[in-house]
Design a protein around this ligand. Structure first.
Ligand SMILES: Nc1ncnc2c1ncn2[C@@H]1O[C@H](COP(=O)(O)OP(=O)(O)OP(=O)(O)O)[C@@H](O)[C@H]1O
Length: 262
């Protein structure tokens, strides 16, 4: 029921562990905090972390007359979540599936879930450009507006892999909303001083080189790690943090797109 979704945002990364699920969940939470109706779809079938991050691990999906009902984070039903994690018995269960089975599950997630009148559907994808990505692209036709956010860390090796994501988006015709550089230095929660542990600025340089918008740098902030598992947003809980400001800014741009025409 993707016809009822105004805008899909695919969150992509070249490598695993760069903070894609953190970005997807914080983006969805900030959108909710700012009054939008949001869906969050986790298609990382082999490592679904969204139920854990949002503290929804004990929840189950229900079948309604028109399809699967997402798990809602809030009683006002402003943030609905769907993940393979809800169908597994435990977090340690492994999904050992071949490509066609994965594709069929993703197709079901897109076609058979009652995503009712959403402003945004955020899709957390596995790292790289795999079968899962191609299946999503093939099944997004009912949605008029779709764009991608690319997540990278500052290290050269992660940035190299983001180039492949840019090529993937260009080949499949998905407009890229921009690049986020995550784990860019360590921000001290007490004095806000930022120390560049690895390096910084690589995501920004890549954005300039590829002529793409740069959406911001997210420092390593232990408070962001602590919010994972509690379903809390940095925007609400740590409003003065860089993370909160970056997500606030991205959501304002997205909101502007909805009001001024996509
Ligand atoms: N800016 C940040 N500050 C502190 N911790 C962070 C930050 N970003 C991510 N993390 C932590 O890093 C770990 C990996 O993040 P996350 O699960 O979002 O990455 P991922 O790219 O989705 O990984 P995977 O490829 O395994 O799905 C998590 O423990 C998360 O809490």
């Amino acid at each position: 029921m993707l016809e009822q979704v105004k805008q899909v945002i695919l969150v992509l990364s070249g490598k695993g562990g760069v903070g894609k699920s953190t970005v997807s969940t914080q983006l969805a939470l900030t959108l909710k905090e700012k009054g939008f109706k949001v869906g969050l779809l986790d298609i990382d079938l082999c490592g679904p972390s969204v139920p854990y991050i949002l503290n929804l691990e004990c929840k189950n999906i229900h079948q309604g007359p028109e399809g699967w009902i997402p798990v809602y984070l809030d009683s006002e039903q402003r943030l609905g979540v769907m993940s393979i994690g809800f169908l597994l018995n435990s977090r340690n269960d492994a999904v050992v599936w071949r490509g066609p089975k994965k594709s069929s599950m993703i197709k079901q997630f897109l076609e058979d879930v009652c995503w009712q009148d959403l402003d945004f559907l955020v899709i957390d994808t596995p790292p790289g450009t795999s079968d899962e990505h191609i299946t999503v692209m093939e099944n997004l036709r009912p949605v008029k507006h779709c764009s991608a956010i690319l997540v990278t860390t500052p290290q050269e090796v992660a940035i190299e892999d983001v180039r492949k994501e840019i090529t993937f988006c260009r080949k499949t015709g998905i407009p890229i909303m921009g690049i986020i550089e995550n784990m860019s230095g360590y921000e001290c929660p007490t004095c806000s001083h930022c120390t560049n542990i690895f390096s910084s600025g690589g995501g920004h340089s890549l954005a300039e080189l590829a002529k793409l918008p740069f959406l911001g740098t997210l420092p390593i902030d232990p408070r962001v790690g602590q919010l994972a598992g509690q379903g809390l947003s940095a925007f609400k809980e740590i409003p003065d943090s860089s993370t909160s400001k970056v997500f606030g800014h991205i959501v304002d741009s997205l909101g502007g797109l909805l009001t001024n025409g996509l």
